[in-house]
Design a protein around this ligand. Structure first.
Ligand code: 2E7
Ligand code: F3S
Length: 342
């Protein structure tokens, strides 16, 4: 916990880690590289990541965002978003002879593999996550006959399974850690033999951003979360900030959305950003806060991140064939690890 200042000087506590995770970095670079290498248009199924600015910027450069593969011309190239797709989407793309680049985050692919394995062992799989979110649709689509979605602790009483001794829970990668643990606790009350996932499904980036905002929130009169409305992990950061003791917390896409009334009587402002948010948007927020007298910025760091994923394999192969070196990491020096998508 960060203690309040002894003076009433205005200050900003800036969460770290914040912003881009390794999966977003990889997905955004994949679209950029595809545009450079193949030329526009490059079709992208759904928003590559849930951030308005990223989508607008890539659109200006020639990316064409569509809802479904049937909007992509036969034989054209399409990128699948970081949130993952079900086997049915792969099949639909193949039926139209689309050339696919799968930018599914490798940590989502890991959850898909877990779902396939538990389904083949005939488990009932309770997927904790938000109905309608693209990631949940993709994961549930791996084994629709074995998976049911549990949205929140309040859903637990309605769960019906075939064999209470053969039940496992998995989850969306971007949930609130605390709420998910509460859902699991209630599920286990009903199904004492409930199995845990083989490893954490809530990813490192989600967890790290929640830990950082939890640390600064108790000292904050206001926590500003930069992120889009459809960004699950960004929305969770507002909830986590409030649960951890921030007196107020708001999500904004851009600095211009800061309402001057929010700053009245405020001494300490916390700032963080979701995993799909480019740092330039945070810089704009800090500039705006500085204009309002909050020029003193103190970073509150709870972890360092150096994870990086290699580009989608289809793209890497084409770049290599053209004699192009793989792109460098875009932020900081990070250890390269290769996790192959399925
Ligand atoms: C992919 C996955 O794009 P986001 O805002 O997505 P969420 O899932 O939080 O709405 O953030 C990056 C990201 C997170 N998870 C991308 Cl599976
Ligand atoms: Fe992947 Fe987690 Fe980011 S699942 S896309 S590393 S928020």
């Amino acid at each position: 916990m960060v203690t309040p200042t002894s003076t009433d000087a205005k200050r900003v506590l800036l969460a770290a880690p914040r912003g881009y995770c390794a999966g977003v970095d990889r997905a955004v670079i994949a679209v950029e590289k595809a545009l450079e290498h193949y030329g526009a248009p490059v079709y992208v199924r759904k928003e590559i990541v849930h951030n308005k600015y990223v989508v607008e910027t890539l659109s200006e450069r020639g990316a064409v965002f569509v809802d479904e593969t049937d909007e992509v011309p036969e034989g054209a190239r399409v990128v699948f978003s970081a949130h993952g797709v079900s086997p049915a989407v792969h099949a639909a793309a193949a039926a139209r002879s689309l050339q696919t680049i799968d930018a599914t985050c490798p940590l989502v692919t890991k959850v898909h593999k877990e779902a396939v394995r538990f389904a083949s062992d005939d488990f009932d799989i309770l997927l904790i996550g938000h109905t309608g979110h693209e990631e949940v649709e993709g994961t549930a689509g791996e084994a629709p006959d074995h998976i049911q979605v549990v949205n929140s602790p309040d859903d637990v009483d309605d769960v019906v399974v075939r064999d209470p001794d053969k039940v496992v829970w998995l989850s969306q990668t971007t949930l609130s850690v605390d709420e998910t643990m509460e859902t699991v606790r209630r599920l286990r009350e009903r199904f004492p033999s409930l199995q845990d996932p083989p490893s954490d499904d809530i990813c490192y980036a989600t967890q790290n951003r929640q830990v950082a905002v939890k640390k600064l929130a108790p000292a904050c009169d206001l926590v500003i979360v930069v992120g889009s409305a459809n960004s699950s992990n960004s929305v969770r950061l507002v909830e986590v900030a409030l649960d951890a003791g921030a007196r107020a917390s708001y999500r904004i896409d851009r600095a211009v959305e800061i309402d001057p009334a929010w700053l009245e009587g405020v001494t300490t402002v916390g700032v963080t950003s979701g995993a799909s948010v480019p740092e330039i948007l945070v810089r704009d927020v800090l500039d705006r806060l500085a204009e309002a007298g909050f020029g003193s910025v103190e970073e509150v760091r709870t972890a360092t991140e150096d994870l990086m994923f290699s580009l989608p394999r289809e793209l890497r192969a084409d770049l290599k064939a053209a004699g192009q070196a793989p792109p460098r990491p875009t932020r900081g020096a990070r250890r390269a690890i290769t996790v192959e998508p399925v």
